[in-house]
Design a protein. Structure first.
Lengths: 367, 367
C-alpha cells in the first residue's frame, strides 16, 4: 500500500480515537490490519498485534514473520521468538508507545480470544470495547478508490450469476451449478469466496450448504454468491425458477421485491440503520410473512464481506454518504422454498446507488 | 459424524474436565467444534457457541443457521435472532446446563475475541484458561481412523511435491510452481491449503509469500505445502537445487538433516516436547547456526494444521503414543538461502512413524 494512504488511514483512526477518548487500539492479523497497513502477516496461533496509541504505533510480531513483514511496513517491531514467547515483547511494546497504563482500549473483535485475553492481562484496569466507533467507523466511510473496486467486483459477480443461470438445467446437482459460477469468477481473476445454490426446499435455509440435491422442474433456486479481486469482495443474491414456479411463488417474490424497494427509499444520509431494517421488515410483516424473514436486512461490506454498518432492528448507526452495505430481505418457507433478493449499494447524498446491473426478477429456466 | 463417535468424544472431553475440575468448556465455530460434532455452522460475526458442562451441553446459535444445523446434531439449541441479539439466549443457555455460576471455564482459544468477552461478561467471577489440558489434550491423542486419514493425505502431498519438483525449470516464477502443486492436489480431491515456494534469498523467510521471483540457476528452493481431504490436512517441506547449489549449501543441509534425525531419536512416549526441540536445536547450535534457527521444531497436526502439542523450547507437554506432530528444523541465512526439512510423524510406543515416503535429500534440477 502507498505510504500516503497508510498515513491517512492511521490519521483517520486517531481522529476517531481522540473523539472517543480512546488510548489504545489493538488489531490482529485480519481485515482491520489489511485496511491500516495494506497487508497482514500470516495469521496463526502466534500472538501478532498492531498496537496504536495516540502518540505512536508498534507491531508485536513473531520472529518467523518479522523479516517478511519488514519489507512491507516501517512500523516499529517488537519481535518475539518461539523459544521465549510473547510476554516480554508485549510488555515492551506497550511501554514503547506509553500505553502500559491505557484506560480505554478498543479491541479488534475478530482477533483470536487468546490474543485479546493476553493483552487484557497486561492492562487489568482498562475498559475495553470493540471497533464500532473508531476503526469500524473509519472503515465504514469508503473512499472513491474503494467504491470503484467494489463496483468492479459487483459487475464480475453479475457475470458469474448469469453464467450460473445460463448453465442451469433440471437434473443438475446444486454443486455443479456452483462449479460453473466458480469457474466464471476464476476466469476474471476473482476467486470465489462463497456460493450458495439452494434449490427447492433447500432455499428455505438462509445459509444452505450447497450440495448434491438435484435441481428439478418446479424449483425456486436461491443463488447467493461472491468473489474477491484486488482485496475487495462481492455479494449478490438472485432467484431462478425451473419451469413452473411453485405455488405462491409470485406473490412472495413481489413482497420481497417491495421490501427491497422500501429499504432503498428509506436509506438516506442521516437515517438510522434500524429505520432501513424496519422499512423492509414492515412490508413483509404487513403482508403476513414477518415470522419467515429470519435475519437482518443487511450488512456493511468493504474488505470484509460482513462489516459495519449492520442494517438490523437495533442498530443505532446513522447512515452517511459513502457507506457501502447490502439490502437483502428474504422470506423462507420451510419445506417449500426461500426467496432472497440482495443488492450491494453505496449510499450517496440522494440515496443508494446500486452496483449490480442485473434485474431482480427471477431468471426463467425451461423445465 | 457418527452419533457414536460424537458421544465418545464428548465423553473423552468430560473425562478431562473432571480431572481438571473444569465446570464449562466454550467452543466457537471452528476446528474444536468440528472435532466434537463433526460439523460447525457458518462462522461469522454472529455469536455461536457450543457450551459443554459436566451435566449437559447446549448450542447458542443464530437463527439464520439453526435450521441447517438442526439436521446435523441433536444438541439442545438456544436460538437468537438478528432482531434481538444473543444476550437473552446466552443467559438461558448457561442456566439450562447449570453453568451460570461456573467457576473454572475453558475457552476455545481460536474463537473471536467478541464471543469470548461476551461470555465472560455473564461469568464475571470465573477463572478462564484455554484448551491445552482439556479439549486440546483430547484432540492430541489421535484415533487410528484419524491417523489413517492423515497418512493418506501425507502421500497425496508427496505426489504434489514431486509434481512441483518435476515441473521446476530455471526461468519459471515461484507462483507457477505453486500452480502445478495446487493442480496436483486438486486432481486428488485435496484442495491446497497453503504453498510456500521460496527460491534463493526468499527461502530465508520461513513464511515467505510465494510470488513473482524467477527461479534461477544456483537457487536453493524451499517448498512447504499442504492440502486437505476428508477434513484432515497435510504439511511437508523439502528442498530443490537448481543446477549448482549455492556456496555452503551441502554443509547446512547436512546439519538440518542431522537435527531432524536427533529430534526423531529423542521423540518417545514419556519425553517432554521441549526435549525434542532441544535435541534438534542443539545440533544446529553446536554447528554454529543457532541464531539462524528462528522457530520452534514442530507443531501438532490434526483437524488443524497447527494444534497441540507444540514442540518448543518451553513446552511441558509429555509426548504420548498416538500424538501426531511435525519435526521441521530449519536454518535461514538472510540474503543467501534457507533450508527447512519437515516430516509429519505419529508417535508410536517405539518412536516416530514418518508418514511421507519422500527422501529428505535435495531434489536436483538441471540448471
Amino acid at each position: 500500500m502507498d505510504d500516503k494512504i497508510q498515513k491517512q488511514r492511521l490519521q483517520k483512526l486517531r481522529d476517531t480515537m481522540r473523539k472517543t477518548n480512546t488510548d489504545l487500539v489493538a488489531v490482529g492479523p485480519g481485515a482491520h490490519m489489511q485496511y491500516l497497513l495494506g497487508f497482514h502477516p500470516h495469521a496463526d496461533e502466534r500472538p501478532c498485534l498492531l498496537l496504536i496509541a495516540l502518540s505512536g504505533e508498534v507491531f508485536l510480531i513473531p520472529s518467523i514473520n518479522a523479516q517478511g513483514s519488514r519489507t512491507k511496513t516501517d512500523v516499529a517491531f517488537q519481535i518475539w521468538g518461539d523459544d521465549e514467547g510473547p510476554n516480554t515483547a508485549l510488555k515492551n511494546a506497550l511501554l514503547s508507545i506509553n500505553a502500559d497504563e491505557a484506560k480505554n482500549i478498543v479491541l479488534d473483535e475478530t482477533m483470536r480470544a487468546d490474543f485479546a485475553l493476553l493483552l487484557l492481562e497486561y492492562l487489568p484496569k482498562t475498559k475495553h470495547r470493540f471497533t464500532l466507533d473508531t476503526l469500524g467507523a473509519a472503515r465504514m466511510l469508503k473512499g472513491e478508490d474503494e467504491i470503484a473496486l467494489l463496483k468492479e467486483n459487483a459487475l464480475i459477480a453479475d457475470r458469474a450469476m448469469l453464467a450460473g443461470f445460463e448453465a442451469i438445467k433440471p437434473g443438475m446437482r446444486e454443486i455443479e451449478i456452483y462449479e460453473v459460477i466458480k469457474n466464471q469468477f476464476s476466469s476474471e481473476g476473482a476467486p470465489i469466496e462463497f456460493g450458495i445454490v439452494g434449490g427447492g426446499p433447500n432455499g428455505a435455509f438462509p445459509h444452505h450448504q450447497t450440495g448434491e440435491r438435484i435441481i428439478q422442474n418446479g424449483d425456486a433456486v436461491v443463488v447467493d454468491i461472491g468473489g474477491r479481486k484486488n482485496g475487495y469482495p462481492s455479494d449478490i443474491t438472485r432467484m431462478a425458477i425451473i419451469g413452473t414456479a411453485p405455488d405462491g411463488y409470485e406473490e412472495v417474490h413481489a413482497i420481497v421485491e417491495a421490501a427491497v424497494v422500501a429499504a432503498m427509499q428509506t436509506a438516506r444520509p442521516g437515517v438510522r440503520a434500524s429505520e432501513v431494517d424496519a422499512a423492509a421488515r414492515n412490508v413483509i410483516s404487513d403482508a403476513g410473512f414477518g415470522e419467515f424473514f429470519v435475519h437482518r436486512t443487511g450488512h456493511g461490506m468493504g474488505i470484509d464481506i460482513h462489516e459495519h454498518p449492520y442494517i438490523t432492528a437495533t442498530s443505532e448507526t446513522i447512515l452517511q454518504s459513502g457507506m457501502v452495505f447490502s439490502i437483502e430481505p428474504g422470506i423462507y418457507l420451510p419445506g417449500r422454498f426461500g426467496i432472497r433478493l440482495e443488492e450491494i449499494v453505496v449510499l450517496r447524498d440522494d440515496g443508494p446507488e446500486v452496483f449490480s446491473q442485473l434485474p431482480r426478477t427471477a431468471y426463467l429456466v425451461n423445465g
